[in-house]
Design a protein around this ligand. Structure first.
Ligand code: GUN
Ligand code: ZN
Length: 427
């Protein structure tokens, strides 16, 4: 039975990082989305879709905004419980908060409980897809994918590979990391809406032997993505140079071990040299921009306009729990603030693009999700553009679409997410 969702609709017809916003966005004030069999069948004027589909059941979302669900291109589900931990920069933050928390995932029951909490928080914030780091424990991956499957979500993720510079109980080996990842990949990759992602944490926590084995695994399974962290903090860069003195820069380490390619998703990527920018572009690799994390851990200012101008697939990411929010609205606000600190006022259309189709493209699933258009899977969110008193009084003054949306980006949170549809089913 087809269903018609009524509201204002927002779809991308092009990329607002490369085209004038008017050419890149289609907004229909009295719009409708026709959903059937978990897919979007049509987006158009409510009157004409109602007339063409009199059999459809109607759900009227009034003046709320219908758009594609948010896509979080980099997060750590295992850090849900340590979000907002005070006072540390990256390496101390990992040792003080992250590693002790990730150790708790040796208990599969704990992993299952956090997976539930993580997905509930994602959904209440309108995140319908994420690409997550689990922990070194295979059971953490099972917990994550089982909970995702139960909710019918399109999700990506993988077991963290880490065989040095971490506590004893959080280290695998080059061989066991390879074997466990391969078994998990064979179990989960392509199961329903799930995709396995090969996940070496970052160069400092893997020996050359592990990076080598990981490169081999990826070469054997090139249809999987590979995610890691790159160039996030100065202390980290110095550490990489100390551990890998034979390589000219951070990215060269990954390149050497076969870990740069079209399916690579590089988290952060703040302090790149011209050579590294060119190599990422030439490889067709993606970058996940993690603005709240970069501000919270004190990392620095990612160059979003340069990344887009280079034609690099660039997604937006919460990086929970280094990132300080589950809200993709708050994450867009942080990206805006970082843009301002760099001298670039990012347009709300550019922020929304990065949070949806930009992230979906960075994860190579832009053909399936990330936009409100016919043929895409019906992962749809409904946004209230007047969800709090401060936003309501600001939007009351708005005389354009973007003036009515930008206050929700800057001031909104989970209260703005009125409804979420997963493959056409209301959550
Ligand atoms: N670099 C290596 N591991 C991590 C992590 O868990 N979070 C962040 N933000 N950076 C990292
Ligand atoms: Zn991260």
């Amino acid at each position: 039975m087809p269903e018609l969702l009524l509201g204002q609709t927002l779809s991308f017809t092009g990329n607002p990082w490369h085209l004038p916003v008017d050419e890149a966005v289609q907004h229909i004030r009295n719009g409708a989305v026709l959903v059937e069999g978990g897919k979007i069948m049509a987006v158009g004027e409510a009157d004409s879709l109602k007339a063409a589909h009199p059999e459809a059941t109607i759900t009227d979302h009034g003046s709320h905004l219908l758009m594609a669900g948010f896509v979080d291109s980099h997060a750590h589900f295992s850090q849900t419980a340590i979000i907002a931990s005070w006072g540390k920069r990256l390496i101390d933050w990992l040792n003080t908060y992250t590693f002790p928390e990730e150790s708790r995932f040796s208990n599969p029951r704990y992993a299952a409980q956090v997976a539930e909490t993580y997905l509930d928080l994602n959904l209440s914030n309108g995140i319908t897809t994420a690409c997550a780091y689990c922990t070194i424990h295979p059971a953490s991956v099972d917990a994550y994918f089982e909970a995702s499957q139960k909710r019918g979500l399109r999700m990506l993720g993988g077991k963290v590979l880490m065989d040095r510079n971490a506590p004893d109980n959080l280290r695998d080996t080059a061989q066991s990391g390879y074997d466990d990842s391969k078994a998990l990949l064979q179990k989960w990759h392509g199961t329903g809406r799930l995709s396995y992602t090969i996940t070496p944490r970052f160069a400092p926590t893997s020996t050359p032997a592990q990076l080598e084995a990981t490169g081999t695994l990826w070469a054997e399974h090139p249809d999987c993505l590979m995610q890691t962290h790159l160039s996030e903090q100065h202390e980290e860069l110095a550490w990489v140079q100390e551990l890998f003195p034979e390589h000219s820069d951070y990215l060269a380490v990954y390149e050497h071990f076969g870990l740069l390619g079209p399916g690579a998703v590089m988290g952060h990527s703040i302090y790149l040299s011209d050579r590294e920018w060119d190599a990422i572009r030439d490889a067709g690799a993606s970058i996940a921009h993690c603005p709240t994390s970069n501000a919270f851990i004190g990392s620095g200012l990612f160059h979003a306009t340069r990344s887009h101008a280079a034609g690099i697939r660039t997604g937006l990411a919460t990086d929970v729990g280094g990132g300080s929010s589950f809200s993709m609205l708050r994450t867009m606000a942080s990206a805006y603030e970082i843009g301002q600190l760099r001298g670039d006022a990012l347009h709300p259309a550019q922020l929304l693009h990065m949070a949806t189709i930009g992230s979906a493209d960075a994860l190579h699933i832009g053909d399936k999700i990330g936009n409100l258009e016919a043929g895409k899977e019906a992962d749809i969110i409904v946004i209230n553009l007047a969800s709090t008193p401060v936003i309501a009084q600001r939007t009351a003054q708005a005389d354009s679409l973007w003036e009515s949306i930008f206050p929700t980006i800057m001031l909104g949170d989970d209260r703005a997410i009125e409804a979420v549809y997963i493959a056409g089913q209301r959550h």
